[in-house]
Design a protein around this ligand. Sequence first.
Ligand SMILES: *Cc1c(COP(=O)(O)O)cnc(C)c1O
Length: 332
Amino acid sequence: MRLSIFPRVTLAHLPTPLEFLPRLTEYLGGPDIYVKRDDCTGLATGGNKTRKLEFSMGEALQQGADTVITVGAIQSNHVRQTAAAACKLGLKCEVLLENRISEPSEIYKTSGNVFLNRIFGAALTEYPGGTDFDAAMEKVAQQVLDGGGSPYIIPGGASNPVGALGYVNCAIELLQQFSEQKLKIDTIVTATGSAGTHAGLAVGLRGSDSDLPILGFGVNAPADVQEERVYDLAVETANMLGVADCVEREDIVADCNYIGSGYGEPTDSMNEAVVMLARLEGLLFDPVYSGKALAGMIDYVRQGRFTKGQKIVFLHTGGSAGLFAYADTLQL
Ligand SMILES: *Cc1c(COP(=O)(O)O)cnc(C)c1O
């Protein structure tokens, strides 16, 4: 895999640490649990989008863009990291925000990531849920062109083959850490949403001849839809990297039973997981992605689907800034 031929800017603090969680491991009484600290990527409170943006922004600069356009849910971590990266690189940032929550509170609409986006000076426009965002972003791009600017569109979550390269790189980094720390890992667990993280990991592992299983806990779509989405993106990414056919359909596994009533809607098990990790390990997870994925992992241990003697790595994709938007809903 020739990652180095793709344009890239440095945004993330890499490698992120791989840490053992002794108190969580003891408390759950199951497998040894490790965490890959992609909450520590270093840009504006961190998170997984920073790795992807190294490649998306690399391409934007190569194409001479002066404005990036992107989309996300109101409390999108992707938007916050994109807004920060745009500042760092001297680009303008146009953001289309989608309201995906049934009854958003005032705090949800103004705190957390929204507050940070405003500090970064991103141009924020709210759109109703279900808007055709590909068309809407093209329209904004046309306006930028009409104004003499040079736009570059980053899809939601930076989940296209270019963005997924960030997680191909993460997979390579993980394999090196496993080897350095002499760890024999059984499964990597991650939250999976717009699919770039899961797809990039799959290509990075299989393209490096690792057959390590990846389990993605979904946050919005049903499992069959999510798996197809990840697989399609993995195939495109593998083709772009010149490692076509390295990922099989069976390599892509998603469990979407921990979503609750919908994307971004709190669940009791997420609530328990977020509080558990904070109080046992001093770690902050988020209510929308990593908290629900953690809830899934904890349930797998309790059900005996992950067992003592195994070693599990949980990819911490970040998002703690979003916690503030849930200050009035989380039960403490
Ligand atoms: C975006 C995001 C994810 C999901 O990653 P995808 O690449 O969109 O699947 C997981 N966790 C957090 C905190 C995120 O912001």
